[in-house]
Design a protein around this ligand. Structure first.
Ligand code: MG
Length: 250
């Protein structure tokens, strides 16, 4: 069931999203060679707590941390660990959410530890721009397939592939709501987009092939071919004035 939000509810949800964005930025600024993923998680947790919000990933389906932190060939859902040291050249994906006012924010970004390879840079930039292409397609009267098609076209034209097993999603009072928002699709197909929908759009883009595997921890998703992956995500609202990014600090 898709839950449409009133403008009053969007204002409440904006606060959760603002804190999510702040926690993501501050954790991202701490990414550098030598820091551990456990330390990054601690930073995110602190920012969320100081804002009076709750880290929504912590305990979600049993996830043991406030942030998912995934490095290089890890796509999503990496578990922070105080022994996992980030190295020069790593591509670090942080995904986190905050809950406040009964609503959730959800966002992710890819950060470079020191200087990264040109192909890692191109992958990261393409993934970020693909997110914006998807957001631009999220307009009332359109279809879910318009979003996926925009993301897919932008990435595949540049020689990258899209993970199929995980998708964006509705987000609101629940972290995961209907509809699912695939990063591939056909324009004009799928659920009608309506004003008041709030969606997490989150391309997961692979340098090599699209196939993934699970690690033995049952959480961490990795590329099957061992190549790099990048991830960016915003929570947005579809409004009569077009798509609005909620996971921003302003
Ligand atoms: Mg999400």
């Amino acid at each position: 069931m898709i839950v449409l939000k009133t403008s009053k509810e969007l204002a409440l949800m904006k606060e959760a999203c603002r804190i999510s964005a702040r926690a993501l930025r501050i954790a991202g600024e701490a990414v550098e060679p030598g820091v551990t993923t456990g330390e990054l998680d601690k930073i995110a947790r602190k920012v969320i707590a100081e804002a009076g919000a709750t880290p929504v990933f912590l305990g979600y389906n049993g996830f043991p941390a406030a942030a998912c932190i995934s490095i290089n060939n890890e796509v999503i859902h990496g578990i922070p660990n105080k022994k996992r040291v980030i190295r020069q050249g790593d591509l670090v994906k942080i995904d986190l959410g905050a809950r406040l006012n009964g609503f959730n924010g959800d966002n992710a970004a890819t950060f470079a530890a020191g200087s990264i390879s040109p192909e890692a840079e191109r992958l990261s930039k393409t993934t970020q721009q693909a997110l914006y292409e998807g957001i631009r397609a999220a307009v009332a009267g359109g279809r879910i397939g318009d979003i996926g098609a925009a993301v897919q076209r932008y990435c595949e034209e540049r020689g990258f592939s899209l993970v199929r097993e995980f998708t964006g999603h509705g987000v609101g009072a629940q972290l995961h709501e209907d509809p699912s928002v695939p990063n591939f699709g056909t324009p004009g197909r799928g659920t009608r987009l309506l004003s008041g929908m709030t969606l997490a759009i989150e391309p997961m883009v692979n340098l090599g092939k699209k196939e993934i595997n699970f690690m033995p921890d049952k959480w961490t998703v990795v590329t099957r071919d061992g190549e790099l992956s990048a991830h960016f995500e915003h929570t947005i609202a579809i409004t009569v004035n077009g798509p609005v990014i909620l996971t921003k600090e302003d």
